[in-house]
Write a protein that binds this ligand. Sequence first.
Ligand code: PGA
Length: 256
Amino acid sequence: MSRKVIIAGNWKMNKTAAEGRALVEALKPLVADVCPGVADIVVCPPFTTIAAVVEAARGSNIKVGAQNIHWAESGAFTGEISASMLTELGIEYVIIGHSERRQYFGETDATVNARIKAAVKAGLKPIVCVGELLEDRENGNTEKVIGTQLEGGLAGLTGEDMANVVIAYEPVWAIGTGKTATPEVAELTHNFIRCTLKDMFGAEVGEGVRIQYGGSMKAENAAELVAQPNIDGGLIGGAALKAESFSALIHNAIAR
Ligand code: PGA
């Protein structure tokens, strides 16, 4: 089965509305040649920048996502944003369980699970992040940690739900550090993730789920990473903040 490449930019807490609009305006002509059937291109701005970016991306092949959602539809959750607030703006994807949320904001597999269910129910496509800390890798616990994140995070989802789920494997030691997992090391973990998905949801569903790599992916290493059999794209932080570097990365990734 061939899975369509998906390259998503995670802008994190960067870009005001005006800056985000300018970035998308600069990106549009650079990626206009990328056929929608070949790759999904997604940008995930901060909440306050989303509306401007949706407007700027309209009519182009750039899709828009958010970086988090709350699991409730509405209510007394000060500072939170619900799925319907985002679908109303016209977004398609949402990053859930990024390691920065797990590390700094108390995200657990249970809250990841609740957010994924809310996203799927609202028709959003969750990009579910998993990944091990450096000490997990050094202690030989990578598969145990990721297996637990997958089983907890995806508990109760159906095979049908999984058709809209993307997994992002992001080794925490590779995020923002300039240290990328080698394609061989990343592929081993991607293969483990795929096997776990097959165990959980059956071979056909597991085979179809797209698994992105994230962690210091850039134009220079995108091709060799995405050339691996189980690496279907990337979740990109730093290199997504400039139109030229993001476009170069996308083009190298689809030239695999
Ligand atoms: P990075 O971030 O590309 O800057 O390492 C990736 C991410 O955190 O999603």
